[in-house]
Ligand binder design. Structure first.
Ligand SMILES: Cc1cc2nc3c(=O)[nH]c(=O)nc-3n(C[C@H](O)[C@H](O)[C@H](O)COP(=O)(O)OP(=O)(O)OC[C@H]3O[C@@H](n4cnc5c(N)ncnc54)[C@H](O)[C@@H]3O)c2cc1C
Length: 406
């Protein structure tokens, strides 16, 4: 049997490895000069490929039963897959990386396994069309057409298009009447037109940050935030960005609230009052110097129209309250997210309702499979998206291997 895999990313490789046996000819088509371009960028080049915390709320889809695909049995397939490839993990706060801490080790392991299995890899080969005729697939480029018994679409999403993912898989899905759940950039920076951004650019701070949509608190994250001239970035922001991105598309009012002093267990205004009692001869800068980045202090003071050289007791009660509030509950209106050129993944995609979730085969066209980020399935930061890519590749590849017509 001839099996074509369109897309040489991690999902395509997992599918190819699982689809291979002595009866099958497996070809991976990749439009870039090299395969696995995006994989090399993951985890800042270290490849965070898995996470110890596998709670279902780390994964997102509009399909009502996510456990049909993300479940302990399936997740074990992913860890077995990497173990069989000889990947030894190093685990940091539950985040799995290859022991070498190099994404290139993952690439080498995938390439070596594919070579051992005799998988053909055709780079510089962009698939431009797929025609389904008389139970066969005509896979076309601008130069040639090849016929296959089965096709696995592993073309990725619209995120980070410079790595090759430009949405071809959605075209194929739509052509054969699969529903595409609306697409939005996810795991992406948030943009604000607040005047504070030019003053806080370059600061990193450990915070608690809440997502507020139409004045309702939706989700809370904690960790390091990066304050930039366009808005905010950092893992905790990425993990809020999915819902904010979708909300903005729907015209909802999106904001975040940042607590810059999450370590303060008591009322922060009281804390400042007490500190002033203990250290009476200090101005605001001196009073906060021990716990607040001076640049952030100046940005907050400027934004609050408060002179940082003043002594705490020279502020009015309203100014004191405002200062404390802007450090514990700084509200930033979000006007946009950065676009697909910056987003790590894409929410939405080929609807899981149009696929058999045991096989990821299309319910519309027999022999056509979808896997990886092209699916309406995405995850938080922390290795969840590579888990999805590998898991869905394993499911599609092992199902495609079986020749139902034999
Ligand atoms: C900067 C960055 C950092 C990330 N870090 C992490 C991380 O640490 N952990 C994690 O879990 N996830 C991470 N991700 C997300 C993760 O990389 C993706 O979810 C994953 O690569 C998706 O795999 P895929 O195989 O579905 O798609 P891709 O990796 O996008 O591969 C799709 C392939 O298909 C090829 N292709 C597309 N169309 C065609 C066509 N018509 N013909 C031929 N070939 C085609 C593309 O060139 C591409 O090589 C990160 C993403 C980015 C951008």
């Amino acid at each position: 049997m001839n099996i074509a895999i369109v897309g040489g990313g991690p999902a395509g490789f997992a599918a190819g490895i699982l689809a291979s046996n002595s009866n099958n000819r497996v070809v991976i088509f990749e439009k870039n000069p090299e395969v696995l371009k995006k994989l090399l960028l993951t985890g800042n080049g270290k490849c965070n490929y898995r996470n110890a915390n596998q709670s279902l709320d780390k994964y997102h889809t509009t399909y009502p039963d996510i456990a049909a695909i993300i479940n302990p049995t399936n997740l074990k397939l992913v860890s077995d897959f990497w173990n069989n490839l000889g990947i030894i993990p190093i685990i940091k706060n539950g985040y799995y990386y290859p022991f070498s801490e190099k994404a290139s080790s993952m690439k080498s392991a995938l390439l070596k396994k594919s070579e051992d299995l005799g998988i053909t890899i055709k780079c510089h080969t962009e698939i431009t069309n797929i025609e389904y005729k008389e139970n066969k697939f005509l896979v076309q480029t601008s130069n040639f057409t090849e016929t296959f018994d089965k096709v696995i679409i592993a073309t990725g999403s619209l995120a980070y298009p410079k790595t090759g993912s430009t949405g071809f898989g959605y075209e194929v899905a739509q052509k054969y009447n699969h529903h595409i759940v609306s697409l939005n950039p996810s795991l992406v920076q948030l943009v604000s037109n607040s005047s504070i951004t030019s003053n806080w650019s370059g600061i990193r701070s450990n915070v608690i940050v809440k997502h507020i949509e139409d004045n309702k608190i939706c989700k809370e994250e904690s960790g390091e935030i990066q304050l930039t001239d366009y808005g905010v970035s950092g893992i905790c922001i990425f993990n809020l960005s999915r819902n904010i991105s979708i909300g903005l598309t729907k015209g909802k009012k999106e904001k975040i609230s940042i607590n810059f002093v999450p370590w303060c267990q008591s009322n922060f205004l009281e804390f400042l009052n007490n500190r002033h009692q203990e250290l009476p001869n200090r101005n605001i800068t001196e009073l906060c110097d021990a716990f607040l980045n001076y640049k952030l202090l100046y940005a907050i003071c400027k934004y609050s129209h408060i002179n940082p050289d003043k002594s705490w007791d020279k502020l009015t009660a309203i100014e004191q309250k405002l200062f404390a509030q802007n450090l514990t509950d700084f509200e930033l209106i979000i006007t946009a997210t950065k676009d697909y050129n910056y987003s790590q993944v894409c929410s939405g995609g080929v609807s899981l309702a149009d696929l058999n979730l045991q096989t990821l085969e299309s319910l519309k066209i027999p022999g056509l499979y979808f896997c990886g980020e092209v699916l309406d399935l995405d995850g938080d930061c922390g290795g969840y998206n590579l888990t999805i890519a590998i898991l869905s590749g394993i499911i599609a590849g092992s199902a495609a291997k079986e020749d139902i017509y034999a």
